[in-house]
Design a protein around this ligand. Structure first.
Ligand SMILES: [Zn+2]
Ligand SMILES: [Zn+2]
Length: 657
């Protein structure tokens, strides 16, 4: 026994008698923290609360950093421990099950952890509630997670005896001479694991099993096929409920399903994964996006350009894309003696236009904008609907200007992004300023003072607009600092969209110049900027944000004309013609369905307005109006409706108020 000095984080030190467990030490230092802690770091090492602190060799104070709820480290411990609980339940219910790995997942929005198993019989979805119930039983019985340290030989013997060949393989590969194993006492579970874990099972109160999928041991199709049980866990039942609700809501809004139901787009295996077909109705939305952006670009004095989809391989070597980005590019294709590569980005193409003639300071800024289609060699496993594809179009622009002009250009980009995202109905926009930071081990191009100036200009652009932003130290691209925009959608999810990026690299590589007032050549500043980012992805976000019910100005069909009987069809066509002449997108439903079915159909297609036409409407030259969410809103002359519709479209209104 000896006295040691311990402190929590950088708090005051206290003298206590060693050896002492972390749990006991915390209790002496701060009862609240002791109650909440899931695990801890002692002098930087992650340990369980049951870890015994011995007297320090040199007598220095011992630092305990508790791992607390509502932190990422805490979530890691919680989910990892829940994965063990899952394995314990499976072993209890299905003796003889072989265990693979069971990590926590912190970055995957769909799952919180998994465990790979080979059960004596194939598990089905129907087993999940049963396993979950068993997990609750074990959790309630408050069984301790117990760590043991044994020799490698002993560990191999234990797992061989338990007929766990996969665990033996892992121990063989990864373990040193001493192996840490964990038990959940009172359950058949034992795992080869470094920890740490929660002290006992009743700390796990908010978890749910989500799904079952096939998996291979070590991802190798030649190795045993396993089943992966996915679940998630949170600190409180309230958090779990909120997450489950959001998940359910997200499923309803899934752009892949809505894309099919509303006939907006498709991706067809026969043509190739990750390649998007925009159907007529999806194309209308895209055209509205294009038209709006074009209007704004004209106001802001951009020049439109069109550039090729591929270029000589040497070009991509000169730009550095082949060296830095080659893995994401499609392989070269040869014609005669020349190799070509599809473009993964538009930047070098716009540089080609800049370089086509000598520029004077009077010509600057040059602002080139293009709906530039690019191709990326994404692996099939990473593709996801419109969100991750192999061919997509960027609302790309590159600005070439003098250092004196840059501040104004940045201001305009920030302003532009703000306006565009608001117009599409995103009220909550987050800005991030990624700067170089203090980590000198990362390689950055460009002079120190240029970076300082560039970062200051970007920050000033945000500050001038009173925009709240997060400064991301060390997150800048190697070629310059940048601003990223993220929007929060209708159900609170964040999406990364466009970006404004400074570039010290390409102007150097391509030796860009302009002739200054002093008649000498100078290097221009280059800025990359995209507002939507990928048009495909932005469309996917829009579909999910609006759950397919687009605002009037974007809606593929704005008005459904619904005659009550066949007698009215001719009048209905007349009305539709008049609406079309006014520029509205109209569909007439002349099928011989009942009016209720026609209304339902238009509702399902999420058409903003329905005009219901019967004999009375003909007589009075009026239309009976229904709005998608409000239902009947009364009868009015056609001209009155047209005026309202025109106002909604022209103002690009988000709601039909
Ligand atoms: Zn573990
Ligand atoms: Zn670019």
């Amino acid at each position: 026994m000896s006295e040691i000095s311990v402190h929590i984080n950088d708090g005051p030190a206290a003298q206590i008698t060693a050896p002492v467990t972390v749990a006991e030490a915390l209790k002496r230092l701060d009862r609240d923290v002791a109650k909440q802690a899931l695990a801890a770091r002692v002098n930087g090492h992650e340990v369980d609360l049951a870890y015994s602190i011995e007297a320090s060799e040199n007598g220095d104070a011992i630092k305990i950093e508790p791992v607390l709820p509502q932190t990422l480290a805490g979530l890691d411990v919680l989910r990892h421990s829940t994965a063990h609980l899952l394995a314990a339940a499976v072993l209890d219910l299905f003796p003889g099950t072989k265990l693979g790995i069971g990590p926590a997942l912190l970055d995957d929005p769909r799952y919180g952890f998994f465990y790979d198993v080979i059960a004596p019989r194939a598990l089905t979805e129907a087993d999940l509630p049963v396993i979950e119930k068993k997990m609750r039983d074990i959790a309630r019985r408050n069984m301790p997670y117990r760590r043991d340290e044994i020799s490698k030989a002993e560990a191999l013997r234990i797992f061989a005896e338990r007929e766990e060949p996969l665990k033996c393989e892992l121990i063989d590969e990864k373990a040193g001479e001493v192996v840490s194993v964990y038990y959940i006492d009172g359950s058949p579970f034992i795992d080869f694991c470094l920890g740490p874990h929660v002290p006992n099972t009743n700390r796990l109160r908010a978890f749910k099993l989500l799904s079952l999928a096939g998996a291979y041991w070590k991802g190798d199709a030649e190795r045993p096929q396993m089943q992966r049980i996915y679940g998630t866990a949170f600190f409180t039942p309230e958090e779990l409920d909120a997450w489950l609700k959001q998940r359910e809501e997200a499923e309803k809004r899934d752009h892949r399903r809505l894309g099919r139901e509303l006939d907006l787009f498709s991706i067809q295996e026969q043509y190739g994964q990750g390649l998007v077909f925009w159907h007529p109705k999806g194309s209308i939305v895209r055209q509205q996006m294009d038209d709006y952006l074009r209007e704004e670009l004209v106001k802001r004095n951009y020049s439109f350009v069109y550039t090729p989809h591929l270029a000589k391989r040497e070009l991509w070597q000169l730009s550095g894309h082949e060296q830095n980005y080659g893995d994401s590019m499609f392989a070269p294709t040869k014609l005669e003696e020349t190799e070509f590569r599809l473009k993964p980005m538009n930047c070098p193409m716009h540089i080609g236009i800049y370089k086509s003639q000598q520029r004077s300071y009077r010509d600057l800024p040059q602002r080139y904008a293009e709906m530039g289609t690019v191709y990326r060699a994404e692996l099939s496993g990473t593709l996801h609907g419109l969100m991750r594809v192999r061919g997509f179009t960027v609302d790309d622009a590159h600005l070439f200007c003098t250092p004196e002009q840059i501040r104004r250009e940045i201001d305009d980009c920030v302003d532009f992004a703000y306006q565009v995202l608001k117009t599409f109905g995103f009220e909550k926009i987050k800005f991030e300023l990624s700067v170089k930071g203090s980590d000198t081990s990362k390689l950055y191009l460009g002079a120190e003072e240029d970076w300082a100036e560039a970062e200051a200009a970007l920050a000033a652009g945000l500050d001038a607009r009173g925009i709240d932003y997060q400064r991301m130290e060390g997150e800048a691209a190697f070629y310059g600092p940048k601003i990223d925009f993220k929007i929060e959608d209708a159900i609170g999810r964040l999406w990364q969209l466009g970006t404004v990026q400074w570039d010290f690299n390409l102007p150097e590589r391509f030796e860009l110049e302009y002739i200054g007032e002093d008649n000498k050549p100078h290097r221009p500043v280059m800025v990359h900027r995209a507002l939507f980012g990928s048009i495909e992805r932005f469309f996917g976000v829009l579909i999910e944000h609006y759950a397919g019910a687009f605002p009037m100005w974007l809606a593929p069909v704005q008005v459904a004309v619904l005659p009550i009987t066949d007698r009215i069809n001719e009048y209905a066509e007349q009305v539709a013609q008049e609406l079309r002449a006014a520029g509205l997108r109209v569909e007439v439903n002349v099928r011989s369905d009942k009016i209720g079915a026609k209304i339902r159909d238009a509702q399902l297609q999420k058409v903003p307005f329905m005009l219901v036409l019967g004999d009375r409407e003909i007589e009075e030259s009026k239309v009976a109006l229904r709005e998608r969410t409000k239902g009947d809103i009364g009868t009015m002359p056609l001209a009155e409706f047209m005026e309202m519709a025109r106002r909604l479209v022209e103002s690009r209104a988000i709601t039909n108020e």
